[in-house]
Design a protein around this ligand. Structure first.
Ligand SMILES: Nc1ncnc2c1ncn2[C@@H]1O[C@H](COP(=O)(O)OP(=O)(O)OP(=O)(O)O)[C@@H](O)[C@H]1O
Length: 646
């Protein structure tokens, strides 16, 4: 079995492939590297089946040769000299063959399960790792447009459905084929016309199964969608449990979960109705087939063969026919299961493929080179950007010299975060270009770009793990001393030291045990440890108290002195000392200058300053009216931001 860290032995599927054709086949051709295990499983399946068919044949032979003396005891592939010449000796031989067949069958069954399971588990492992790798390569916009639960269900349920089919479905299909072919060959050898009667239900069963697949396929697709919905709801609620509790929304959420569960139930029931009709249908068809074999064979043994059939049918051969005809039932039910697994796997396969083959909107160009950082000058050149529809940034033009500290301020929703997310290519502009030291960020490798740009967001994400692991995240080779130094600079060291296990304290899945300000300081420490040439602080200290912020500012001033730094802030004291301040309003840079210069301009910045220094009385009427209008718009878009400053 592969270890957890076994490197994939296959290349990731080519994104430029066209995705027509059967998704399971495509996935098999890409991920079937462990098919030698499947081959072992397949050989064991066929061998097990061959030995499983021996008893019915030997019982028939024993009846005819020993009890009725109607034919000689002739075993295929066994020389006559090895066959005893007394009836009791022959009986012992029959029993020995039956026991031997059972023993070989048991060993074959073990090997069969082992081979198919190892094969399917390896496919599952590689497919999941690749699907995850491809998923995380996709652009940020893909994730914001998808629900987490949906993505989780692709990586979990869908990958598992494929594993189930490869483990059980494929082996069952082969098992059925081996059984039908094996029984067919033996029966034709014993009595061809009666064999034709016994095998008659097979085409009928095939047609019935085809009808089943047509009916069930769309239902399985909708089950997959509903389970995605349900997972999303559950995931969302577990993450938002604090809000649910504080808003006493338990009843409301239970109802929403019930609704999603109802939809899943309805989708499942619709498939179940088809499935539970299918299996009895199979039984009825094979039961009728069995009855016909019994009737024709029975009449024949009685010397009255119907339909003008001629020749003789010995009672022993009839017993063999009857046992085999009954044995059809199991393979057919297994076939039903296999078809069922196949349909689920096909629905799952097309969703997994959707992730595997999706081309990221933001990716390295074929000729991308590492970023050559010279002084860290940043230029935005006629940049336009929209998430979808409404433009968020319009004709943004500015140039920042290497080493400058630039404050970015503006009303909520003006596009400040968006503006700076274009720098590490979390999004690409629709028009214009963002350049670092003259190089378009789209022409350099993402890896080198993102190593050079440190982005500390307003709501930092902490991973489940220790404080140390969280600070070291991204700079995995940093020493403990370096981690501590970064924490000191971010004013995090003291509170970390006071945690129960200091730097080794485990923090919750999203750092829930830490305050907002503490989380921000850890995120800041993480970026300081990374030591990027360009630093973007997006409201990175907004949750920190003013006293701690003042301490952070002193450290930051030193840290930012020799690197280009952008500081997005609502609290203007945070950017007051910046070399330059850009004012963004409605997606455009409307003011650009030092704090003093902007105050003199008497524009938006000067009014913000008045608000923050409590000089409300001298605010121009137009500013207040505009702010009220903007609040109405932003409030309609995003109620959470309503109470913010500015
Ligand atoms: N992922 C997204 N998908 C779609 N629209 C978005 C997305 N992120 C932001 N927006 C929209 O883009 C606009 C600008 O958002 P942005 O976060 O850049 O503003 P901001 O100036 O940083 O605001 P704030 O001061 O409130 O943080 C807003 O109207 C917002 O609703």
């Amino acid at each position: 079995m592969p270890s957890d860290h076994e490197p994939s032995s296959h290349a990731l599927p080519d994104r430029s492939e066209s995705w027509s054709g059967n998704p399971i086949w495509r996935l098999y051709t890409t991920y079937g590297a462990g098919r030698r295990y499947a081959v072992v499983g397949a050989v064991a399946t066929v061998l097990g089946r061959a030995f499983g068919l021996i008893p019915a044949f030997v019982i028939g032979l024993t009846v005819d040769a020993i009890f009725l003396a109607e034919r000689s005891y002739a075993l295929p592939f066994v020389p006559d000299r090895l066959v005893p010449n007394t009836d009791v000796g022959l009986l012992y031989l029959s029993i020995a063959i039956l026991l031997g067949a059972a023993a070989v069958g048991a060993v074959a069954s073990w090997v069969e399960d082992w081979g198919w399971s190892v094969f399917a588990q390896r496919v599952q492992r590689n497919l999941r790792v690749d699907a995850y790798e491809r998923l995380q390569d996709l652009e940020l916009a893909y994730f914001t447009g998808q629900r987490t639960g949906d993505l989780m269900s692709v990586l979990n349920n869908d990958v598992n459905a494929l594993e189930t089919f490869l483990r059980d479905g494929l082996s069952a299909t082969l098992w059925v084929l081996a059984t039908v072919v094996g029984i067919g060959v033996i029966l034709v050898g014993l009595n061809a016309p009666l064999a034709a009667v016994t095998l008659l239900p097979i085409p009928v069963l095939a047609a019935f199964t085809l009808l089943f697949t047509r009916l069930i396929e769309p239902r399985y697709l909708s089950i997959r969608e509903e389970i995605g919905d349900l997972n999303s709801r559950l995931e969302n609620n577990v993450s938002g449990i604090e809000v649910i509790k504080s808003e006493s929304a338990e009843q409301f959420e239970t109802e929403r979960v019930a609704e999603a569960s109802d939809a899943y139930l309805v989708a499942n029931l619709s498939a179940i109705k088809i499935r539970i009709t299918y299996f009895p249908g199979l039984n009825v068809i094979s039961g009728i087939g069995f009855a016909i074999t019994f009737l024709v064979g029975g009449l024949w043994v009685l010397g009255q063969p119907p339909f003008g059939l001629t020749g003789t049918l010995t009672p022993g051969a009839f017993v063999t026919f009857v046992i085999y005809a009954q044995q059809f039932l199991w393979p057919i039910i297994r076939l039903g299961d296999a078809v069922d697994d196949y349909e689920r796997a096909k629905a799952a396969g097309s969703r997994v493929q959707g992730v595997l083959l999706r081309t990221p909107a933001v990716l390295d160009r074929p000729d991308a080179r590492p970023l050559k950082m010279i002084e860290g000058a940043v230029t935005y050149d006629a940049v336009r950007f929209a998430y979808s529809g409404e433009p968020v940034l319009t004709d943004v033009d500015f140039a920042v010299d290497g080493g400058e500290t630039v404050g970015v301020v503006g009303p909520t929703g003006a596009g400040k975060s968006t503006l700076l997310k274009l720098l590490p290519r979390l999004y690409d502009p629709d028009e214009g270009a963002v350049r670092i030291d003259g190089q378009d960020v789209r022409d350099v490798t993402l890896r080198s770009l993102r190593r050079s740009v440190g982005y500390v967001s307003q709501e930092p994400f902490l991973f489940f793990g220790t404080v140390r692991e969280n600070i070291r995240y991204g700079t995995f080779d940093a020493s403990d001393d370096e981690v501590e130094r970064a924490a000191r600079r971010a004013q995090a060291h003291e509170f970390v030291e006071n945690l129960p296990d200091g730097y080794d304290t485990m923090i919750g899945e999203r750092g829930v045990k830490l305050s907002g300000g503490q989380r921000q300081r850890l995120a800041l420490a993480r970026t300081m440890l990374k030591d990027p040439a360009i630093l973007v602080l997006d409201e990175a200290t907004s949750a920190v108290d003013t006293e701690t912020e003042a301490l952070i500012q002193t450290q930051l001033a030193e840290f930012a002195a020799d690197r280009t730094t952008f500081v997005i802030a609502h609290r203007l004291s945070t950017v007051r000392t910046a070399d330059r301040i850009l004012v963004l309003d409605d997606g455009r840079v409307t003011e650009d200058g030092t704090h003093e210069a902007l105050l003199e301009t008497e524009g938006l910045y000067a009014n913000f300053w008045r608000v923050q220094t409590g000089d409300i009385a001298s605010l121009p009427r137009a500013f207040i009216e505009r702010a009220l209008r903007r609040q109405a718009v932003v409030g309609a878009d995003d109620g959470a931001d309503e109470g913010r400053a500015n």
